[in-house]
Design a protein around this ligand. Structure first.
Ligand SMILES: [Mg+2]
Length: 237
C-alpha cells in the first residue's frame, strides 16, 4: 500500500502525478538517516574507549550515547555527557570535536532506495538539489554518501549565511536548480524549517513523517509521506 496521501491543501492526491520539474531535498532525516549514522558513530566510540567497553555491552553503550545526543538537539554536545558518565575518558573538547567532524560523515550512507529514486529522477530529467542547515560537516556527509557530484545544486546554510526557513535560501536553491517555485517540490522532515519555509516561497511541499504527528502550529504540507522514497508515485516514477 502506498504511504503517500493528501494531507489537506487540496493540490493532488493518491495516484495523481504532480506536474513539477524539480525537487529540492532536505538532507538529514530526509535523504539520509541521521539516527542510524549516529548509532554507527556511537559504536566507533565504544570500540575506541576501553572505559566504555569495560562497563557496558555494546548495545547498552550505544543506547546511552544516543540518549546523550537527543537526535542532535541536546543542550551540550553528547561527548560532554560521555565524559561525565566515564570520567576516565580524558579527551578535550577540541579533540572530541575533531574526532566527531572527521568520523561522523563516514557513518552516513544513502540507502539503495534513495539512490534508485535519484537515478530514476535523473532518467526522467527531473532536476534535484539539496538545501541543508548546518556547518561544513554537511558537505562532508553529502560527499561521503556520493551525492555531491550528482546533485544539480547543494546549498549549505553556513556557506550562504542564511538558514531555513528564511525565504532567501529557498530562492537561492530554486535559482541554482533553474526551476520556478510553482514548478518545484520541497521534501523535508522538519515542519518549521522545511515545510514552512518552502510553503512561504510558493513551492509544493512533502513532509517526511517518520512515524510522527504533524504539529498544529506549522503550515500544512501538500503531501505527507512516510519516507522520501514514497515520492515515487507523486513524481510519476
Ligand atoms: Mg532534516
Amino acid at each position: 500500500m502506498s504511504s503517500l496521501y493528501l494531507s489537506g491543501r487540496g493540490s493532488g492526491g493518491v495516484g495523481r502525478t504532480l506536474k513539477i520539474s524539480g525537487v529540492l531535498f532536505d538532507l538529514d532525516d530526509t535523504l539520509i538517516d541521521r539516527g542510524s549514522a549516529f548509532r554507527r558513530l556511537a559504536g566507533k566510540l565504544y570500540d575506541a574507549e576501553p572505559a566504555i567497553r569495560n562497563s557496558h555491552t555494546r548495545n547498552e553503550a550505544v543506547r546511552l550515547i544516543e540518549e546523550f545526543d537527543k537526535g542532535g538537539y541536546s543542550a551540550k554536545p553528547y561527548w560532554w555527557y560521555v565524559r561525565e558518565r566515564w570520567p576516565e575518558i580524558k579527551r578535550s573538547d577540541p579533540e572530541f570535536t575533531t574526532w566527531h567532524e572527521v568520523t561522523f560523515p563516514w557513518c552516513f550512507e544513502a540507502s539503495q532506495g534513495v539512490l534508485r529514486l535519484l537515478d530514476d529522477m535523473d532518467r526522467a530529467n527531473l532536476q534535484w538539489g539539496i538545501i541543508t542547515n548546518g556547518g561544513p560537516i554537511q558537505r562532508r556527509k553529502i560527499a561521503a554518501c556520493g551525492l555531491g557530484d550528482r546533485a544539480r545544486c547543494v546549498v549549505v546554510s553556513s556557506e550562504v549565511g542564511i538558514a531555513k526557513p528564511d525565504s532567501v535560501i529557498f530562492e537561492d536553491g530554486l535559482k541554482r536548480l533553474g526551476v520556478s517555485a510553482s514548478s518545484a517540490l520541497f521534501a523535508g522532515d522538519n515542519p518549521y524549517t522545511d515545510i514552512a519555509g518552502a510553503h512561504a516561497v510558493g513551492m509544493k511541499t512533502a513532509w517526511v513523517r517518520m512515524g510522527r504527528d504533524y504539529p498544529q502550529d506549522a503550515p500544512r504540507p501538500d503531501y505527507t509521506i512516510e519516507r522520501v522514497t514514497d515520492l515515487r508515485p507523486l513524481l510519476g516514477l
